[in-house]
Structure formats: structure tokens, C-alpha cells
Design a binder for this molecule. Structure first.
Ligand code: FES
Length: 90
């Protein structure tokens, strides 16, 4: 099965909010949930919702207001369920 892309905005607004602190936490979360073989974490250009904190995207879904402090919670409550539900639809 090809890997699915999970995008993390690397645009300047998101960069200023600490994307480089979010990145290692996200990589650790993907590993902890054994997703390294199924999810490809990719940097993205500005996702055009700059006023909503750090932004991530999976399929058509945008995840907003991410910060280095809440990434774990956001991942568990919003992003992980979305990834799992995409498998259910295969
Ligand atoms: S810089 Fe991240 S959404 Fe614009």
C-alpha cells in the first residue's frame, strides 16, 4: 500500500509559531503509533489559513491551531482518528 501524505505547513507564519518544535514531536507520535510505514510526513507550502495557528492537512481535512504545546492532544483527538477512518474506507 502506498504511503499517505500528512502535511505540515512550513510557511512563514507557521514557522514563526514553532513548526520546528512540532516536527520532532510529530515524528515521535507517528513512531509511537507505528505509523512510519503508512504515513509520510511532508512539509508543505502555506496552506492559506495562516491566522489559525500551525496548520496540518490530511486528505482534504485541515487541522488548525496546532502548537508545540497541544500537538500531542491534537494528534490523538483529531489527526489519528482521521487517519484511522481513512483506512476504514479503503
Ligand atoms: S504559513 Fe502556514 S498556513 Fe500559511
Amino acid at each position: 500500500m502506498p504511503k499517505e501524505n500528512l502535511f505540515l505547513c512550513m510557511g512563514s507564519a507557521c514557522h514563526q509559531l514553532g513548526v520546528y518544535e512540532v516536527l520532532p514531536k510529530l515524528q515521535a507520535l507517528l513512531q509511537a503509533h507505528h505509523l512510519e510505514d503508512t504515513i509520510e510526513l511532508k512539509g508543505s507550502f502555506c496552506l492559506e489559513t495562516c491566522s489559525h495557528g500551525i496548520v496540518m492537512k490530511f486528505h482534504d481535512q485541515h487541522f488548525l491551531n496546532i502548537s508545540p504545546q497541544n500537538i500531542e492532544e491534537k494528534f490523538l483527538q483529531e489527526i489519528l482518528p482521521m487517519i484511522q477512518s481513512s483506512w476504514a474506507n479503503v
